[in-house]
Design a protein. Structure first.
Length: 64
């Protein structure tokens, strides 16, 4: 099992949510991404990974 303790993910919005489903827009909003090229740092946990999976076509993810 991978130890996810004290790891963070740097998430950057690379595409606009315009034209995508309401769930995709809501997920962007829940992650705190409101503008193009905006970056947020979130903990690496299963909830965050689930959100990433839903909108992977709109964001770029890097491990810190």
């Amino acid at each position: 099992m991978v130890n996810l303790k004290n790891k963070n993910l740097k998430i950057t919005q690379i595409k606009s949510g315009i034209g995508y489903k309401k769930k995709a827009k809501a997920t962007l909003d829940a992650m705190g991404l409101r503008k193009l090229n905006q970056t947020v740092v979130m903990p690496d946990n299963s909830a965050t990974r689930g959100m990433i999976k839903k909108i992977e076509f709109l964001i770029n993810v890097e491990e810190l």
